[in-house]
Design a protein around this ligand. Sequence first.
Ligand code: ADP
Ligand code: MG
Length: 226
Amino acid sequence: MRSQLVKVEKMEVVSQLAASISHEIRNPLTVVKGFIQLLKTPSLSQETRDRYIQIALDEINRAEAIINDYLTFAKPASNKVERLMVNEELQKVVQMLAPMAHMNSIEIVKNLQPGAIVGNIQYFQQCFLNLIKNSIEAMPNGGTLTISSRLHGNHVIITIKDTGVGMTTEQVNRFGEPYFSTKDTGTGLGTMVAVKTIQAMQGTLHIDSEVNKGTTLTITFPKATN
Ligand code: ADP
Ligand code: MG
């Protein structure tokens, strides 16, 4: 009875996230529509015209960034909760982000020990894509990204460590808050998706960060029971 209840709650968080996406991209779409309508005005100067086109392009880029924060791995109707190996899924995510890391002169150090947890694979991947992407973005002048997973008692512990810009206490406190971003074209949605996913999978997140030194995220999940 109890496990049933937990499962329903988990599914709810996942489908809530899927529902948010249409809400989130409606604003940029409305702006794009408005400026394209304005572009139909015959008397516009070339300068104004260029400005409107740039606003529309910026908003399209924003919509794309929002979709990337939510739905990189989305497949239709995938609320499936299953046993997953964190080391294998982290390996896939790191592989996806390796070109971005290399472009920024970032060295990747991996220490992935096998560990099984229960959750939705796509959301797990999205969660760690968002977190690791932030770590890479925190090191614009290069650095070291260290990703590890290990078993500890009944838990699987994952750490993501960067030698980047770090966060102030205020920034740490706002981690996961929707729309909080310190980046010029940030969405402030990547950490929100990650934090909700960790909660949905009964996990915990610990942040250890120092400005100009770097950030270590420690994510702990209950180990799968069989
Ligand atoms: P975005 O990346 O679009 O800004 P996120 O929700 O992914 O939105 O991140 C929110 C904010 O959290 C970032 O703008 C940044 O200030 C902070 N942040 C997250 N991860 C890190 C990190 N590893 N190092 C430094 N700051 C971080
Ligand atoms: Mg981000």
